[in-house]
Design a binder for this molecule. Structure first.
Ligand SMILES: Cc1cc2nc3c(=O)[nH]c(=O)nc-3n(C[C@H](O)[C@H](O)[C@H](O)COP(=O)(O)O)c2cc1C
Length: 208
């Protein structure tokens, strides 16, 4: 379905304009202090270097979501869902806790529903030996269940506590940067493709 004001071809080419893809960046940790801030600051610099994404940060410490999932969304949940609804793509930055992903991240994921549908999701994870690999593999299942589209590449930072220098850059900055930019390129491709597809026709799934 298209709007009557705009022919389908114009709508499609407008949706393919690369500028200002809206990127929802979700933080997985709510600890204080947390390594998440260091990882997110470095990733933010790389996202700015990429240039096509405008970041909206979803920090579990700032969202003020209710402890119990409300049957009727409260004001904080509604505000968060509204921001997510405007996102073209999602980037999750998360540590691994006990071979899984942290509870505050699941709280954000469960508080929304249709807002995830037909949106691409990429992952930057960090931790000890696994670099958050197990957390990300679980998150791929969770986001697939929500009709989101996990991109292939992800960035896993092993030995994260020792990985960053005093300036907040990974010791192997070049390799990490290349991996992150490769992932952002895939995220951008899917974001453009899915934004155009959503504009052309509503995604055919039940939306709560
Ligand atoms: C409760 C808890 C469980 C953890 N479990 C794992 C784990 O299973 N695998 C791993 O690689 N690191 C694990 N870690 C280490 C964290 O990934 C690491 O401390 C990370 O820096 C935490 O991120 P944050 O400071 O941003 O919360 C765990 C840390 C905590 C606090």
């Amino acid at each position: 379905m298209t709007t009557s004001a705009m022919p389908a071809s114009a709508l499609e080419s407008a949706a393919f304009q690369p500028a200002t893809l809206r990127l929802a960046v979700l933080l997985g940790s709510n600890r204080a202090p947390r390594l998440c801030d260091t990882v997110a600051a470095w990733a933010g610099t790389e996202i700015a270097r990429h240039g096509d994404f405008e970041v909206d940060l979803f920090d579990p410490r700032a969202l003020d979501l209710p402890q119990a999932l409300p049957r009727v969304p409260d004001a904080a949940t509604r505000a968060m869902r509204d921001r997510l609804d405007h996102a073209d793509a999602v980037l999750v930055i998360t540590p691994e806790y006990n071979h899984g992903y942290p509870a505050p991240l699941k709280q954000i994921v469960d508080a929304a529903h249709g807002e995830w549908q037909a949106k691409p999701v990429a992952f930057v994870s960090y931790g000890g030996h696994s670099g958050g690999l197990r957390a990300v593999e679980q998150l791929r299942q969770v986001f697939s269940a929500l009709h989101a589209v996990p991109v292939h590449d992800s960035l896993m930072l092993t030995g994260a506590a020792q990985r960053f220098d005093a300036h907040g850059r990974p010791h192997d900055d070049d390799a990490c940067r290349r991996a992150l930019q490769a992932m952002l390129a895939q995220l951008r491709w899917w974001a453009l493709a899915l934004r155009a597809a959503r504009a052309r026709e509503p995604y055919p799934a039940h939306r709560v």
